[in-house]
Design a protein around this ligand. Structure first.
Ligand code: SF4
Length: 108
């Protein structure tokens, strides 16, 4: 799953639940002047909803165990997170600045 797929699939889910006819979603990389489509078919959106629902269940259970990984690169608290700091050791993945901007459109 690309970096913004989940976000745009959740936006799509919300939009459809509000009655919008969302037919497409795209990530516009302004630096590379490129537009990448995101799957917003019923299966992809249902899967995204399951991911978010599982996260909500963990939050309700006060399960805040860190889960470092590639997601740390775009996490807004990575400079404060002790778990992410472990990624800055030599040979480990470095968090990088996020350069993409996301938009959602209702037509391709
Ligand atoms: S930086 Fe910390 S809070 Fe953010 S994704 Fe990584 S482990 Fe989770």
């Amino acid at each position: 799953m690309a970096a913004h797929d989940l976000q745009l699939q959740v936006y799509t889910d919300a939009g459809r639940r509000e009655g919008l006819d969302v037919r497409g979603a795209y990530v516009h990389d302004l630096g590379a002047t490129r537009r990448e489509p995101v799957d917003v078919d019923r299966t992809s959106v249902a899967s995204a909803e399951q991911v978010v629902t599982a996260a909500a269940v963990r939050i309700r259970a006060r399960d805040y165990a860190p889960n470092p990984g590639a997601r740390c690169r775009s996490c807004e608290v990575r400079t404060l997170c002790a778990s992410a700091l472990g990624l800055s050791r030599p040979g480990r993945e470095q968090p990088a600045a996020q350069t993409e901007k996301t938009f959602i459109t209702s037509s391709p």
